[in-house]
Design a protein around this ligand. Structure first.
Ligand code: PHE
Length: 463
């Protein structure tokens, strides 16, 4: 299906898929979730989800995509199971919801490039003052969405693949530099203790649900982003090893982000770790403060950091937009360019309440809903994230795994995974994949999905 485009090389696919996975979820989302989830205990649960449950689901998604060369909804139909297309459609809906709020955060990061360049390092108050300048943040968001749309309209193997290969390593090096710096600060070790020494009494139901949602979100799983990317992958690709690499890269970068942020919070709080549960504003508050301590090079370091963060975000927004666009192109027969701009426009509009929910409109800010996410009032963005990340993605992952093992059947999945991986059949990995995709993921995820919905939206806690 040459007309759909494809990745130019093995590295191209891995770079693009890792680019999809690595994004704001790692650098913005992971630290704030760890902070809210009580530190290292969250990290342990998170790692469990990533490696034990998500990795097999990831390989499965890529395999379904490659087998069918279709968008998430079309993929189920192409395999002959029309009445499973809803799973793909639900995923597409999740993609739309996620991109709607993701773009708001990306817009902030984009705006911070200029704030940093101008040397604005106020921290807390500055962030609050920034998000209420609605025309300004709206314009940054619109520009970011337009950039995403522009890239997607050029197809998959063009600029984004090349940019990802260059910019990802640069981002990692820069973050490592910041880790080293933050470790030298006073009270850095209090931050490290919070981040890495688990206090298992902090693991409660809420922590488990949020860690699960964060794992799916960060790995771009459960909504068919990787079915879509898989549809552009060559038959000679070794899917299992690609999935392992993508998972490792994603978890590794989230880990580094934590190593960068928590020592800083230790330093700024004088060791009390107060402020760690700063929510979605966390990195926009702590990082500028730290750039402020760097003296004359602060503005430069800050600017470069947010430029790189924007690139990490862009490789993710591109994959998010690609999903509904692939659907519109394959199933609704809309021309690619046109589909891109229409879909991007709609998603931008869907994101407006999230944009307003950081102080500009009381209704969409903390007063939006008092559903019992741990008993606190919630802003619109967090509400949408609870629906998409914490509920739809794990449900999607559960359904995709169940479908692959029991409807499409294990031997077909095995066949696809073995293509490009001669040693797969009969290996331990195959046995684990069969167990995880066939039983572990469907059982664990379906139970957790029900518990999450009861807890997050109805305040009912069973465990
Ligand atoms: N994984 C991306 C991130 O961590 C977000 C994303 C979610 C991208 C779902 C695609 C699909 O930033």
């Amino acid at each position: 299906m040459a007309a759909r485009g494809g990745f130019s090389s093995r590295l191209g696919f891995i770079a693009a898929a890792a680019g999809s996975a690595v994004g704001l979820g790692n650098i913005w989302g992971f630290p704030f979730e760890v902070g809210e989830g009580g530190g290292a205990a969250f990290v342990v649960v998170y790692l469990f989800f990533c490696f034990v449950l998500c990795f097999p689901v990831m390989a499965t998604e890529i395999a379904i995509g490659r087998k069918t060369e279709k968008n998430p909804a079309g993929a189920f139909v192409a395999l002959g199971y029309k009445n499973w297309a809803w799973v793909g459609k639900l995923g597409i809906l999740a993609g739309v919801l996620i991109l709607s709020f993701y773009n708001v955060i990306a817009g902030w990061a984009f705006g911070y490039i200029f704030e940093m360049a101008m040397g604005h390092f106020g921290g807390g108050e500055q962030f609050g003052a920034f998000t209420v300048q609605i025309v300004k943040v709206g314009a940054y968001g619109a520009l970011f969405m337009a950039t995403t749309a522009f890239v997607v309209s050029r197809g998959v193997s063009g600029g984004i693949e090349k940019a990802a290969k260059l910019l990802m390593p640069t981002l990692i090096v820069m973050m490592l530099g910041m880790v080293i710096y933050s470790l030298t600060l006073d009270n850095a070790m209090d931050g490290i203790r919070f981040y890495l020494v688990p206090d298992f009494s902090k693991i409660n139901a809420g922590v488990i649900y949020s860690a699960m949602g964060q794992a799916f979100f960060s790995l771009s799983l459960g909504m068919g982003a990787l079915i879509t990317y898989g549809s552009y992958v060559n038959k000679k690709e070794n899917i299992v090893s690609a999935a392992a690499l993508i998972t490792l890269a994603d978890v590794g970068i989230a880990f580094i982000a934590g190593m960068m942020i928590f020592p800083l919070i230790g330093f700024m709080s004088g060791g009390t770790m107060e402020g760690a549960a700063g929510g979605p504003g966390l990195i926009f508050v702590t990082l500028p403060q730290i750039f402020g301590t760097l003296g004359s090079i602060g503005p430069l370091v800050g600017t470069i950091f947010f430029v790189l963060l924007c690139f990490a975000a862009l490789t993710s927004t591109v994959s998010l937009l690609e999903v509904p666009v692939a659907y519109a192109v394959d199933e609704l027969n809309i021309r690619r360019k046109r589909a891109v701009w229409i879909v991007a426009g709609i998603i931008f509009v869907v994101g407006i309440p999230s944009l307003l929910g950081f102080g500009y409109s009381d209704f969409f800010s903390t007063a939006f809903t008092t559903y019992k996410d741990g008993g606190t009032d919630t802003d619109f963005l967090s509400f949408v994230a609870s629906i998409a990340n914490d509920s739809i993605l794990p449900l999607g992952g559960c359904m995709i795994a169940f479908f692959a093992a029991h409807i499409w059947k294990k031997h077909n999945l095995d066949e696809e995974l073995a293509s490009g991986s001669p040693k797969y059949k009969g290996s331990f990995v195959q046995k684990y994949m069969n167990f995880a995709v066939g039983y572990l993921a469907p059982v664990v995820l379906s139970i957790l999905f029900v518990l999450t919905v009861l807890f997050k939206f109805f305040g009912i806690s069973i465990i």
